[in-house]
Unconditional design. Sequence first.
Length: 126
Amino acid sequence: MIFFRVINWMMSLPEPQQKRYWQAIHRLEKEAEMEWISPLEQSFIDEGVKRGVKQGLAQGLERGLERGLERGRREGAAALLERQLSRRFGPLSKTARNKLAKASMEQLDAWSDALPDAQSLKQVIG
């Protein structure tokens, strides 16, 4: 940096070149402050990124599988309950079928539990 001060003191540049000179000085100062990463450090960083991606992919697949299984269970429970309700109370209305299709697993379980004692479809799904 002392070298640049000496050059600046010794020479006078036309304004456009002076501007370019100061821009170059500014770039050099930024580069001097930059931290350099060794090849070994870069390999550790790359390995960490690979592991992170692999772990994220594995977790994503696991979550997707869990959601798929949960959805399959819910749809199966809804289909079974719809069949049982139809056998007991006759064909279901479109509204009743829509309620079954949109119901949570907890709601389907509650309706299944209510079915044996119910005297009407309304007592089961309201």
